[in-house]
Design a protein around this ligand. Structure first.
Ligand code: ADP
Ligand code: MG
Length: 187
């Protein structure tokens, strides 16, 4: 089943939102409306530490490659895959989208639109668990905001920092209901 791509700057609430969406889908699946499983892929599940982001040339590339290959392995028509990472490079989101398209399954993007100053505060509240200030700033400066005029960033669901939850119904409709329609290969 479909691929959900999460994106956002460090400590913008991505994993928190990914867990909310996972719970929502699991509840909806168990209410018998539809059968399905959810695979949540993130640094924690892949065993990637925050230190990987210190070395942008080698370690961070490895981290990205490992998320990409987990998505490749798990995306199928049966299960939901949530790629919970920064996914901050446009070309990287494009590649994730291509994986979903290749298996003929829909995708969507959830963008954690948390202002930098708020994410910075959440990051520092994490203490040891957070990103170092210089790494935080560097990752923020490299972030390429999603734009739903690009087919790989669409449909795009932006969740603001003070929203209680992402748009669950919109996401369900976009990737589960839409699935019944044949893919449009020309786009
Ligand atoms: P990310 O996965 O983007 O790095 P997390 O979801 O791990 O972000 O959240 C980063 C920190 O911010 C965590 O300590 C989390 O508890 C806190 N946090 C996340 N969302 C909120 C929120 N809506 N309000 C307050 N704190 C939050
Ligand atoms: Mg996270």
């Amino acid at each position: 089943m479909p691929l959900i791509i999460i994106c956002g700057i460090p400590s913008s609430g991505k994993t928190t939102r990914a867990k909310q969406v996972t719970q929502y889908f699991l509840n909806r699946f168990s209410s018998q409306e539809k059968a399905g499983t959810v695979h949540l892929i993130n640094d924690e599940s892949l065993g990637i530490t925050k230190d990987s982001y210190r070395d942008t040339r080698v370690e961070e590339k490895k981290a990205r490659a490992s998320l990409m290959s987990a998505v490749e392995r798990l995306v199928s028509k049966e299960d939901i895959v949530i790629a919970d990472g920064m996914n901050y490079i446009k070309g990287y989101r494009y590649q994730l989208y291509c994986i979903a398209r290749a298996v003929g399954t829909p995708h969507c993007v959830i963008y954690c639109g948390t202002p930098i100053e708020i994410a910075r505060e959440w990051n520092s509240n994490r203490g040891e668990e957070g990103y170092e200030a210089t790494i935080f700033d560097e990752l923020v400066s490299r972030f390429e905001e999603p734009d739903d005029r690009n087919r790989w960033d669409s449909p795009l669901f932006t969740v603001l920092w003070d929203d209680p939850a992402p748009s669950y119904d919109g996401i369900w409709d976009a990737i589960i209901v839409k699935r019944a329609k044949p893919p449009n290969l020309s786009t």
